[in-house]
Design a protein around this ligand. Structure first.
Ligand code: ADP
Ligand code: MG
Length: 335
């Protein structure tokens, strides 16, 4: 007869890591989201060898108390929700309490943190869960080294440093666009690749998508009840041969959603040839109760309660913005 056994904790975490930690970029996403949830105003990312050798994220957020540090590495441990009602109104990027546990099960992981009222910092690692005194002025530093050192089968699926860095850069841009009020910097192998000062949405969009995009984009703002859509959509002249410059966010979360993609395709259907793709940065905000973000651990999929209404709203807002004559748009702009 087959014997049923409870899996050991570390194996449970490694299995979960298969969903959450696909590559260095997924680690970066989780750590950046944690820094943002901690209320950071400035975040620095340092990557070595595409993030495979090391990812180091330092922030100036609220920090973690000494007696909470070891818990942060445990599965199903979170400071962000405590009830089903919280889950339905979740306002933070994280809430599952499994990212750090998953990361620590497949990479050497160190967290150094200093809570606001602490006299000094403390450090834990995947092996040493008892906090040790450490030096840090404030905030949190998370260091993740040698991704998949203990799971060689997964390590084989990692691509070249350049490819992995490219994915990290995508993640960095997605988060940077959504958080213009946060200063961000990313470096690779000791070289600073992007330094973004805290600013407003227009400046951040220009920094990430470039002057050419801004010159051929229309600002968009639409509101209906609790629905709000804002951002920029490109005019047909700026069309691309790929979908790289398409950024859509739901309540601050970058998503790839079939319904939304369909609404945008329809809005551009009459003005863009099928093989050309528009560029856009759009933020959809709605009552958190109207959207389920708990569809997949990576949280890039969402489920809308009123899918049809959302589709209509996005389609009409984009169509209307693109149909506004250029003259009117120019004369409406401040001198
Ligand atoms: P989640 O983000 O879903 O809560 P994580 O495993 O990513 O789960 O993090 C666990 C907990 O560790 C968080 O709920 C938070 O309290 C704490 N934490 C993680 N990173 C940071 C950080 N950079 N600053 C402050 N607290 C953090
Ligand atoms: Mg998290």
């Amino acid at each position: 007869m087959p014997v049923i056994r409870k899996l050991p904790e570390v194996l449970i975490n490694q299995i979960a890591a298969g969903e959450v930690v696909e590559r260095p970029a997924s680690v970066l996403k989780e750590l950046l989201e944690n820094s943002i949830d901690a209320g950071s105003q400035s975040i620095e990312v340092q990557l070595t060898q595409g993030g495979i050798k090391q990812l180091r994220i330092s922030d100036d957020g609220c920090g973690i108390d000494k007696d909470q540090l070891a818990l942060a590495l445990e599965r199903h441990a979170t400071s962000k929700i405590s009830s089903l009602e919280d889950l339905e109104a979740v306002g933070t990027m994280g809430f599952r309490g499994e990212a750090l546990a998953a990361i620590a099960s497949v990479a050497r992981t160190r967290i150094t943190s200093r809570a606001r009222d602490a006299s000094h910092a403390w450090r834990v690692s995947e092996r040493e869960r008892e906090p040790m005194p450490a030096a840090l002025n404030g905030g949190t530093v998370v260091e993740v080294e040698d991704l998949y050192y203990n799971t060689p089968a997964r390590r084989k699926f990692l691509k070249s440093d350049a490819t992995e860095y490219g994915h990290c850069d995508d993640v960095f841009r997605r988060i940077a666009l959504a958080k213009p009020e946060v200063g961000l910097q990313i470096s690779h192998n000791g070289r600073v690749n992007m330094r973004l000062a805290a600013g407003d949405a227009e400046r951040r969009t220009r920094e990430i998508l470039g002057d050419d995009f801004m010159a051929q984009a229309r600002p968009l703002l639409a509101e209906s009840g609790l629905l709000r859509l804002s951002g920029y959509v490109s005019l047909p002249a700026y069309a691309r041969s790929n979908r790289d410059a398409q950024y859509f966010y739901v309540n601050g979360r970058f998503v790839r959603d079939k319904l939304i993609q369909h609404a945008l395709r329809e809005a551009y259907a009459d003005i863009l040839h099928g093989s050309r793709h528009p560029a856009f940065v759009l933020f959809l905000d709605l009552d958190p109760a109207g959207v389920d973000v708990n569809v997949h651990p990576a949280k890039t999929e969402v489920r809308f309660r009123e899918g049809r209404a959302i589709h209509q709203f996005v389609f009409h807002a984009v169509t209307r913005t693109l149909a506004t004559p250029v003259q009117a748009a120019v004369s409406a702009a401040p001198p």
